[in-house]
Design a binder for this molecule. Structure first.
Ligand code: THU
Length: 132
């Protein structure tokens, strides 16, 4: 069921533009329609202007007219698990509920699955602004 999402995240790694860190990351999000949107990290000579793979994937989803995420996959190499950075946890929170699965992958596929709530407990989200 998650195989297509994981495959998309791993494939997106090879599209990364990461000449400064040489650390390629791919990400894929599944929209409520079931469609998969992928993204890669895009770095910049002005370092802070670079953008994470998760952010690219979310942009592709929004551009396609969707605003709910039901599943996420992130792929990167190395011994350590490549989990979404703090900023991307918050960006995912905008579109995903606490129980949404985040599949952490290496180049060979799935390594560990966690939920967004585990990565970003007691989060601040759109519902916080829904006050009369
Ligand atoms: N990176 C991501 O794309 N996603 C993450 O969740 C962690 C970090 C990228 C940003 C930068 O281009 C490179 O990995 C090294 O930090």
């Amino acid at each position: 069921m998650s195989a297509d999402l994981i495959e998309a995240a791993v494939a997106a790694m090879s599209k990364a533009y990461a000449p400064y860190s040489n650390f390629s990351v791919g990400a894929a999000v599944r929209g409520a329609s079931g469609k998969v949107y992928a993204g890669c990290n895009v770095e910049n000579a002005s370092y802070p202007e670079g953008c994470c793979a998760e952010t690219s994937a979310l942009s592709a989803m929004v551009m396609a007219g969707e605003a709910r995420v039901t599943e996420v996959a992130v792929a990167g190499a190395g011994d350590k698990l490549v989990t979404p950075c703090g900023g991307c946890r918050q960006r995912l929170r905008e579109f995903a509920a606490d129980d949404v699965a985040i599949h952490i992958c290496g180049p060979q596929g799935l390594r560990k699955t966690v939920t967004l709530g585990e990565l970003l407990p007691l989060s601040f989200g759109p519902d916080n602004l829904d006050q009369e």
